[in-house]
Design a protein around this ligand. Structure first.
Ligand SMILES: *Cc1c(COP(=O)(O)O)cnc(C)c1O
Length: 402
């Protein structure tokens, strides 16, 4: 994405981050998309249609659940879970995909493409493409297609074609490259559904807006339930879409702590992690200026986490700006801590949560005991954990068939 740039570095800035760094061949399409988004986001009919889909198809509003046993066990703050795991397709991804594919239809597109790592975003995109009668092609790193064979089959069941990407390390960043290239070669009928708050403007803003229903609902629900705003909102961070969705309507409430949990993998002092804000530096990649994990030559690093959904070497530009402004805090959670949290929340609350989300749960386990019992933590449960059960068993030395 760094050759023949037709840059608009000032478009869609968050502090010094964001912008539009795209090849000449894509700039026109990116401008059309920006224009369409700016129009439809204020269109009452579009908003009604999207709200209706979120409500009747995706199961929104999602529940806000008071985890009483866990709160008592940890002996500090009252813990509430925002249950994005109960959405159709099992995570927050559907919020963004419904928004973008509805917009693509308004733009008279007949085909959507998407990248996927673990397969969650690919499955959500294939689902909504089926719902709306669009052609769908998913780009997935070859290594990931092998690790996530079940999700590959799910996407095919839903009518999507899955491309196995063999370039680079055959993982998520290579899938993003392949999808960007495919889009640049065919924009007339195709929309690229980016799966997180990353890429060139308008994606980080647009995806944030589609995910902001999470914090809009939390705010209403927590006030109804307790009469107070939360003291802290905690979410896991891959590209950052569920976290920014959970943070957004609290950014102006300066006394609400916003805490993003990155994957520290085998430890941030090893080479096997994806803790972008703890260990990354500023660069331009995948169409945006942000923080990335890279080596001294500016090569993007291979990243690692037990959770495929947090396995991205960058972070959305709005998070980079929130970190720079000290408005949000970012902490690293190791594989060991996330797995312990996975088992803990299952036993304590009867919820099998995604291993991604368990990075946030792990931090809540550390934070809650330091707080008073009249204080409130809201933790975003970004997805459900059925997909992770076999991997957790394996991590604990048990082999089961998935
Ligand atoms: C994809 C995914 C994530 C990471 O993506 P963000 O854009 O950072 O939200 C987190 N949790 C679940 C369950 C996911 O599927």
């Amino acid at each position: 994405m760094q050759n023949n740039l037709s840059d608009k570095p000032q478009a869609g800035r968050f502090g010094e981050y964001g912008g539009q760094y795209v090849p000449e061949t894509l700039m026109h399409e990116i401008e059309k998309l920006t224009e369409a988004y700016n129009h439809y986001k204020n269109d009452p009919l579009f908003k009604d249609e999207l709200t209706d889909l979120l409500h009747k198809y995706a199961n929104r509003p999602s529940l806000l659940y008071h985890a009483q046993r866990m709160s008592e066990d940890l002996g500090g703050a009252q813990i509430y879970f925002k249950r994005e795991d109960l959405n159709h397709t099992g995570s927050h991804k559907i919020n963004n995909v419904l928004g973008q594919i509805l917009l693509a239809k308004k733009m008279h597109k007949t085909r959507v493409i998407a990248e996927t790592g673990a397969g969650q975003h690919g499955v959500a995109t294939a689902t909504v493409a089926a719902l709306m009668g669009l052609e769908c092609e998913i780009f997935m790193g070859q290594v990931d297609t092998e690790r996530q064979a079940l999700n590959v089959y799910r996407m095919r069941l839903l009518g999507a074609k899955v491309h196995s990407v063999t370039t680079g390390t055959g993982t998520l960043k290579d899938a993003v490259n392949a999808a960007m290239q495919e889009w640049a070669s065919r924009t007339e009928d195709t929309h690229y559904v980016i799966g997180s708050v990353m890429g060139p403007h308008p994606f980080p803003t647009m995806v944030r807006d589609f995910q902001a229903c999470i914090s809009a609902e939390i705010k209403k629900q927590i006030i109804t339930e307790t009469g107070h705003l939360p003291d802290a909102v905690v979410a896991c961070v891959g590209g950052g879409s569920n976290a920014i969705g959970a943070f957004y309507h609290f950014i102006e409430d300066k006394h609400v702590r916003l805490i993003g949990c990155e994957a520290a993998g085998k430890g941030i002092d090893t080479t096997q992690h994806a803790a972008t804000l703890e260990r990354g530096t500023t660069s331009i990649f995948h169409g945006m200026k942000s923080i990335f994990l890279q080596n001294d030559d500016g090569q993007i690093n291979q990243v690692y986490s037990i959770s495929a959904g947090l396995d991205y070497p960058g972070i959305g530009p709005e998070h980079a700006a929130l970190a720079a402004a000290n408005r949000a805090e970012y902490v690293g959670i190791t594989d060991d801590e996330a797995v312990a949290a996975f088992e803990y929340i299952a036993r304590e609350e009867g919820i099998i949560a995604a291993i991604e989300s368990c990075h946030a749960v792990a931090y809540v386990k550390k934070l809650a005991p330091q707080m008073r019992t009249d204080q409130i933590i809201v933790c975003n449960l970004s997805g459900r954990g059925d997909k992770d059960v076999a991997a957790i068993a394996r991590y604990q030395g048990e082999e089961i068939n998935d």
